[in-house]
Ligand binder design. Structure first.
Ligand code: G3H
Ligand code: 13P
Ligand code: ZN
Length: 305
C-alpha cells in the first residue's frame, strides 16, 4: 500500500530505527526493493531523482510503482521525489500521485532555501503529501550537481529551519557524500553534531550519501573487469551510531548500482555467448535484492511493516 513519509517515519522515530530510501530507475530495481521489503516485512521508500524521471518517464515510473504496490500489498511504499530542485517536476510529481517530495534548496542562500522550502511545504501539505528539506550540503556527485564540498549543518539554524518551514523530515550534512568515493581522510561521521541537532529537533532526520560500498561487490566488479579506482563507503558501525542518535531515513543508491554492475559483469564473463536480457537482468535483480535486504537489516526496519 502507498504511504506518506510521515506515516513510515513517525514509528521509526518513536522506536529508534531507520527506514531505507532506495533509488529506483527501472523495473528490475523497483522489483528488487519490493521483494526485499516483503522478505524483511519492512516499509520501503522508493526514491526517484529528477534524472530517474527523465530516464524512465514520469508516467512509466508511476505505473511501474502502481504495479509493484498491487503485487506486494503488505509492503508500505513511499514514492518520494529525491533532490527535487525544479518546481515544475515537483508539481508534476504531486499531480501524478507521488506521496512524498524532497525539496533540495541546499545550494541556495539560507534565506532563499528557507522561503522556497516553506512555500513547497505548504503546497505538499495542501495535497496530502509529505516533504523533506535539506540544510547544509552533502558532497559528492549527483546528476546535475557535482563535487560540492560538504558544508556541515549548523544545529541552531536547523532548529529555526524546521520550525519555520514545517518540513516533515530534514536531511542534514554530517560528513557523508554521494557516490562511491566518500572520504579523503578517516571514514567518520560527525556524531557529536548529530546529537546536538537531535536534541533541538523532534522532526525525523535523514542521512544521504550513506552507501556502504561493500568490499565483496568491489572485488566482484574488479575481478570481472571494472576499473573503479579506490571507492570508500560509510562503515556500518557509523551507520548504527547515526541511527542510535536520531537518523530515521537513510538513502542508498550507490550500493544498488554496484550490485547491478558486479552482477552483470560477472554474468557476461561467465556466459560470453549469452544475449537474453532476462538472464543478466534477472541475476542483477537478485543481487540487488540481497544488498537491499542487508541494508534493511542494518537499519532495523525489518518486521515493522
Ligand atoms: O542523490 C543522488 C542519487 O544517487 C541519484 O542520482 O541523480 O544520478 O539519479 P541521479
Ligand atoms: P549514495 O550515493 O551513498 O548511495 O547516496 C544516495 C543518496 O543520498 C540519494 O539521495
Ligand atoms: Zn541524496
Amino acid at each position: 500500500m502507498y504511504a506518506t513519509l510521515t506515516e513510515v517515519l513517525e514509528p521509526a522515530a518513536k522506536h529508534n530505527y531507520s527506514v531505507g530510501h532506495f533509488n529506483v530507475n527501472n523495473m528490475e530495481i523497483i522489483q528488487s526493493v519490493l521483494q526485499a521489503g516483503k522478505a524483511q516485512k519492512s516499509p520501503v521508500i522508493l526514491g526517484t531523482s529528477e534524472g530517474a524521471i527523465r530516464y524512465a518517464g514520469i508516467r512509466f515510473l508511476k505505473k511501474m510503482v502502481d504495479a509493484a504496490v498491487a503485487d506486494y500489498p503488505d509492503v508500505p511504499v513511499v514514492l518520494h521525489l529525491d533532490h527535487g530542485t525544479s518546481s515544475t517536476v515537483i508539481h508534476d510529481c504531486i499531480k501524478h500521485g507521488w506521496t512524498s517530495i524532497m525539496f533540495d534548496g541546499s545550494h541556495l542562500p539560507l534565506q532563499e532555501n528557507l522561503n522556497v522550502t516553506k512555500e513547497m511545504a505548504e503546497l505538499c501539505h495542501k495535497n496530502g503529501v509529505s516533504i523533506e528539506g535539506e540544510l547544509g550540503t552533502i558532497g559528492g556527485v549527483e546528476d546535475d550537481v557535482s563535487s560540492r564540498e560538504i558544508i556541515y549543518t549548523e544545529p541552531d539554524v536547523a532548529a529555526k529551519f524546521v520550525k519555520q518551514t514545517k518540513v516533515d523530515a530534514l536531511a542534514i550534512a554530517i560528513g557523508t557524500s554521494h557516490g562511491a568515493y566518500k572520504f579523503e581522510g578517516e571514514a567518520k561521521l560527525d556524531i557529536g553534531r548529530l546529537k546536538v541537532i537531535n536534541e533541538l529537533i523532534k522532526t525525523p532526520l535523514v542521512l544521504h550519501g550513506a552507501s556502504g560500498v561493500p568490499q565483496e561487490l568491489l572485488d566482484k566488479a574488479a575481478n570481472n573487469g571494472a576499473e573503479l579506482g579506490h571507492p570508500e563507503g560509510v562503515p556500518e558501525d557509523q551507520v548504527k551510531r547515526a541511527i542510535e542518535n536520531g537518523i530515521n531515513k537513510i538513502n542508498t543508491d550507490t550500493d544498488i548500482r554496484l550490485a547491478f554492475l558486479a552482477s552483470v559483469r560477472e554474468f557476461f564473463n561467465q556466459h560470453p555467448g549469452e544475449f537474453d536480457p532476462r538472464k543478466f537482468l534477472g541475476c542483477a535483480r537478485e543481487e540487488m535484492q540481497k544488498v537491499i535486504e542487508h541494508r534493511i537489516e542494518l537499519f532495523g526496519s525489518g518486521g515493522r511493516a
